[in-house]
Design a protein around this ligand. Sequence first.
Ligand code: SF4
Ligand code: SF4
Length: 362
Amino acid sequence: MKKYDERETLFSRINLEKGSKDYNEFYSKNKDIKYKDDSIRRISFRNALRKSDQFKDLFFPIISNNKLYIKNLHEMAENYKLKDKVEIPKGFNNNIKEITKYYGATDVGIVKLDGHSYYSHFGGLSESLNIENYGKIISPKFKTGIIFTVKMDLGLMNRAPHYEELLTTEETYLKVAEIGSRLAIYLKSLGYESFSNNSEIYLAPLVPLAYDAGLGEIGMSNHLVTLEHGDNIRLGAVFTNMELDTDKPIDFGLTEFCKKCALCLINCPSHSISHLPRMVNGRQFYKFDDTSCFDLWAKTGTDCGVCIQSCPFTQGIDLEKVKRMKGNPELMKELVKEHLEIHGRRKYTKNDLDIVKIGEKK
Ligand code: SF4
Ligand code: SF4
């Protein structure tokens, strides 16, 4: 089993300042990726948005304070004092799931955490929380992970890779932080230590946990693909010491379906997605070029999202047929054909949506 290390993730790597001690230390062990990482080092991709100054002045502020909101939500949960312990009845896992949905989650699953669930070290990505944590060891102190999805807005996502796509990803990260913070505070008010992972601080990578929690399967895009919303979701997780019954991974046949579909791979403008499998700690992922993906972001000024938009599960698929597709390649081909007939190779809205249309009568 490999320990995940947040310092190996793209955002941590390219955040390192060239020539710094941490930079020299990291790349002395990872020489093969230094050149490519240097080409995208410390780039803020949003500045590359190809829109007028007027557009940027008017619409960047829609989301420019999101990190501040997330900081406040994070601090509320972290500063909340633990109350006296309330005993938890059997079957309370079901209540926790409903409460998480009540706070706004789309779907929820519960997993047992062990040392291999966690990152070994922080990658220094919590500047917006005023936390300097690069290289700090993460102690795996929580036993249970409450993992949840929050669906993104499909209309906005279907404008990917344009600005509307960034609006929905940023909005959903904020929703994830709000749900996580409220849930962590709720659990602390029942006397159980809790921590809300949010886009500014993660104790663990969430896709493997979401897979273990049965929220979906891992698709060729390396995203969690859910039955109802495909990969048009963001993930959240609250870790806690409350002991709860856990869920199991699901298998609706996505690995075989992806081989028949490959629409994320075909549509990816930077050719970052591959069909070649990559096993990580017993779960199947796919080889992926993270630097070419980010390079595309740095050209579009958004986090792209074309792979999300391309997925038949994102656009809606016949779930009655999906229930029967495992082990049935002909039915899988039929589902892909149906998707292509309705949506084409990629469902894409050509024109600006009302939220960023300037000077036009609605
Ligand atoms: S976000 Fe865009 S560039 Fe990156 S993998 Fe997806 S489709 Fe490709
Ligand atoms: S677009 Fe197709 S190949 Fe890619 S993750 Fe979705 S189902 Fe799998």
